[in-house]
Design a protein around this ligand. Structure first.
Ligand SMILES: [Zn+2]
Length: 572
């Protein structure tokens, strides 16, 4: 393969330009009807056919039997201007990116008035036109404003807005677009056939995705794959390795563990992703794409999904059907939101691995009963538990220190080692590296009753979702009186309500609400306390003061990570 695929398969007529029919059809019509203009602007992303189309336009204009959208291919001009041909004296290509073009532009201005050497038109193709310096642009402007009848300009640029307005306004503007995946895939398949190289199922979609709609990039990648093809052609495995793609197995592992809510294995998988040299951003982007694919699979239960996902191997489709079934539509959608948000955060982030881990952590958290973001309620719960812990907890039991150490080693990028933790003053420590709230919640000690009371309205709200009766018994007439290692004691304003509470086994409801909202598991004791005024200014004060801080702050995220770290350790 001596010639790069992109050059080898460069089109010579508009009919062979792929994915730009919105441009090539009207241009062909203009050529057909003789309504051509003296200046064109071709804009659009790189590698999608602007320069090729400019050359085709020149060839179409200068064919002896033209202007025509179907140049004869026989005449001198056609053979000169065929793709990879010798070129024509009358078609002058200038690249504004190489230098300011000032001299070229002056030269052009002077020479433009001479008639073409042996063609109908003298055609100037000015590539990267947005990089024309002001001097060059002004020199050109005069010709563009009042061109001789034999001169045609074609400006090509990725950034049409940067082309000076006085020139832009004199052009017919044709915006090129990225090529749709389906069109590009067909094109690549044809080229593989033409090259006589067998390509395994799934390879073309990989190439299409890697090129993101640029034909030039796609052909460059494909050329590399075909060059390295063995006697059996290009295998899926080789394609994955060569393209630096996330190994499908890693992605499958990640999705399988998300489906199983298996945090321990998911974080091990992330470790493998990093260890094997994959870029966390790329992995996240692939994860997001896979979640999208799974949503498509979920939406189109039948085999039509594969027609949209473009020819994935059947075993891969089967695996994805399985994953989408197990994860479910709501969780897929939520996970995609989380991954997309994380991907944005990764731009410019110094610790993309940390963000990838946070993404996975968030995806694993269950959706809240009330349909709100599960993460938010979970973080809030952790922060409450954090506030409730006794202020001097550095003398934590050995088990917890070990847990912290393991957590630190599992997430070495963000959790300081426990020796550091011990060295920092307690106030700083609480902000920077709060020990696992979930672990701490089980530490016996003097819980801050004020903090528990602060959480009471949320506990009551949680109770309401569980059982309406229990909620009505508590909502206006109960308060937290005390908490110790064994029990949370609730005072209820009248004996009748206390009796109903006990008879209806509402203590279990309340106990579970405490577990869910503040992460503390205690038996519930109830006493009659007619002195309760649940609506004093002081009571309201404790409810509103020191409201949970913004859950998006790092403290919440760090707590979240530590809880997940604890889950990893416990092998949940
Ligand atoms: Zn011709």
């Amino acid at each position: 393969m001596s010639l790069a695929l992109y050059r080898k398969y460069r089109p010579s007529v508009f009919a062979d330009v792929i994915g730009q029919e919105h441009v090539t059809v009207p241009l062909s019509n203009a050529l057909e009807t003789g309504r051509t203009h003296h200046a064109y602007l071709f804009s659009g992303p790189r590698g999608c056919g602007k320069t090729s189309s400019a050359r085709i336009m020149a060839r179409s204009l200068n064919c002896e039997k033209g202007p025509t959208p179907n140049p004869c291919g026989q005449c001198q001009s056609c053979t000169d201007l065929v793709a990879n041909g010798p070129g024509s004296l009358d078609v002058i290509e200038l690249d504004a990116a190489t230098h300011g073009l000032v001299d070229d532009a002056r030269d052009l201005r002077d020479k433009a008035f001479f008639a073409p050497v042996h063609s109908r038109y003298k055609i100037y193709i000015i590539d990267e036109a947005h990089q024309l310096g002001p001097g060059a642009a002004n020199a050109l402007l005069k010709v563009v404003e009042e061109p001789p009848a034999h001169v045609i300009f074609i400006f090509a640029t990725t950034e049409p807005d940067k082309l000076i307005a006085t020139i832009r306004s004199r052009t017919h503007h044709y915006p090129f677009r990225l090529v749709p995946p389906g069109v590009l895939a067909l094109h690549l398949e044809k080229i593989c056939d033409a090259e006589g190289v067998k390509v395994a199922k799934g390879v073309i979609p990989l190439v299409v995705r890697a090129s993101a709609g640029s034909v030039r990039d796609a052909l460059s990648v494909l050329g590399q794959l075909l060059a390295g093809a063995g006697k059996d052609g290009v295998s899926y495995e080789i394609a994955i390795q060569l393209l630096g793609f996330t190994d499908g197995a890693l992605l499958d592992d990640a999705l399988d563990t998300i489906a199983a809510r298996d945090g321990a294995t998911l974080f091990k998988t992330i470790d493998r992703v990093i260890e094997s040299g994959h870029d966390p951003r790329r992995f996240t982007s692939d994860l997001l794409e896979r979640l999208r694919d799974l949503m498509i699979v979920d939406a189109l239960k039948d085999s039509t999904a594969n027609s949209i996902l473009r020819d994935l191997p059947e075993d891969q489709m089967e695996r994805m059907r399985n994953q989408s079934n197990r994860i479910g539509a709501a969780n897929l959608s939520r996970a995609a939101d989380i991954a997309a948000e994380g991907l944005t955060q990764m731009r410019g982030a110094t610790a993309p691995r940390l963000i990838l881990e946070l993404i996975c952590g968030r995806i694993l958290l269950p959706i809240g009963d009330n349909g709100e973001s599960g993460m938010l309620s979970r973080i809030e719960r952790l922060e409450r538990a954090e506030n409730m812990a006794p202020p001097t907890s550095s003398a934590a039991p050995v088990r917890n220190v070990e847990a912290k150490e393991k957590a630190a080693s599992t997430h070495s990028t963000e959790a300081p080692s426990s020796s550091k933790v011990e060295a920092v003053p307690p106030t700083v420590k609480a902000k920077q590296s709060a020990p696992s709230a979930a672990v701490k919640a089980h530490v016996p000690g003097n819980f801050d009753i004020a903090a528990l009371r602060r959480a009471w309205p949320d506990v009551i709200e949680d109770v309401k979702k569980r059982r309406r009766l229990t909620w009505s018994l508590l909502s206006a007439s109960a308060q937290v009186l005390s908490v110790d290692e064994d029990a949370i004691t609730i005072g209820i304003i009248n004996p009748g309500a206390k009796e109903s509470f006990e008879r209806s086994e509402s203590d279990l409801i309340l106990r579970n609400a405490f577990i869910d909202v503040v992460g503390i598991d205690r038996k519930i004791a109830v006493v009659v306390d007619p002195s309760i005024d649940t609506n004093t200014p002081a009571a309201r004060e404790t409810r509103t003061s020191e409201a949970p801080s913004d859950p998006n702050q790092l403290s919440g995220a760090a707590l979240l990570m530590q809880e997940l770290g604890a889950q990893v350790i416990e092998g949940k």
